[in-house]
Design a protein around this ligand. Structure first.
Ligand code: PDD
Length: 284
């Protein structure tokens, strides 16, 4: 049996139901998180749950649980599903009420859904690197909110998939922002350059962890906007995210990055990131 959580209750997936007038379904009116699980333990769970609270605040939604209470529920779900390596997904919507653009009253409680899924570490791609396309970033101007509205992301990711690529690198005019489902950083002369955490990108927990590691290891980095020209001239490029960890990008629009193979700085970041996982969740 596969267990899920609906509004705080652990139940069989087959009996889990959400109303057709749920605002997540009607409007995408809600927020979500994806947390990595290694050896049955959540990695950077606290950081993800804090971001969930922040996302909810930014859309003026009050969560009915504290991050601590949520962590407890998610741990229970992971244990019940005997998940070792995978993800736990959770979302809160602004609840169920007759369709109306105006928020419902305080009497309407958010809908909370969570489930787990087995997801292996993408070892082969992490080893070989991945191909990417470029796409204009047509999303709204609050990409810092991890909102359920992902149409812009989906259109770009679909375009990448149809081109046989892993990711679409998004740009607003000449400025590179992030990927359709990950953050994108470049490396030039040993310096990591990544878009600042403003309204144009999701401030990835993986991105933050990588920068923390850089600080500890005295690997130089700059949080600043960089151009398409800098992207093409980079020695190395990598994508980062919960499921993909630190993923070398070896090709953009059919052109090789550097010599077309994962570079040494990216390799080092992969090792350092793996050490962080091992420290929190045990050997992987
Ligand atoms: N995606 N940018 C975007 C647009 C993302 O969707 C994600 C994550 C990231 C990386 O964030 P983090 O390191 O916190 O996972 C950046 C998740 C995994 C998803 O939607 O499935």
């Amino acid at each position: 049996m596969e267990y899920v959580i609906v509004n705080g209750e652990v139940m069989d997936r087959a009996s889990a139901k959400v109303d057709i007038e749920d605002r997540g379904y009607q409007f995408g009116d809600g927020v979500y998180e994806v947390i990595r699980v290694y050896n049955g333990k959540m990695f950077t769970g606290t950081e993800h749950l804090n971001r969930l609270v922040e996302s909810a605040k930014k859309i003026r939604m009050e969560l009915p649980y504290s991050p601590e209470a949520l962590a407890g529920m998610l741990e229970q779900l992971i244990a019940k599903n005997e998940l070792q390596t995978g993800i736990v997904y959770m979302q809160f919507t602004r609840g169920t009420s007759p369709r109306n653009h105006v928020f419902p009253g305080k009497d309407v409680a958010p809908t909370f859904v969570a489930y787990t899924r087995q997801v292996a570490r993408p070892e082969e791609s992490m080893q070989k690197g991945v191909r990417t396309i470029l796409d204009e970033d047509i999303r709204w101007l609050r990409c810092d909110i991890k909102s359920l509205n992902l149409l812009g992301n989906l259109l770009s990711k679909q375009k990448a998939a149809e081109a046989g690529c892993f990711e679409a690198i998004l740009h607003r005019g000449q400025t590179v922002t992030e990927g359709s489902h990950s953050n994108i950083s470049i490396i030039k002369d040993g310096v990591i350059i990544t878009h600042p955490a403003d309204n144009h990108i999701l401030n990835g927990i993986t991105r933050q962890k990588v920068l923390e590691v850089c600080k500890n290891e005295q690997i130089p980095f700059e949080e600043r906007a960089y151009t398409l020209q800098e992207l093409y001239a980079a020695d190395e490029v990598f994508s980062s995210g919960t499921t993909v960890e630190v993923m070398p990008v070896i090709e953009i629009e059919g052109k090789p990055v550097g010599n077309g193979e994962p570079g040494s700085v990216t390799r080092r970041l992969q090792e350092l990131f793996k050490a962080e996982i091992t420290q929190q969740c045990g050997q992987i």
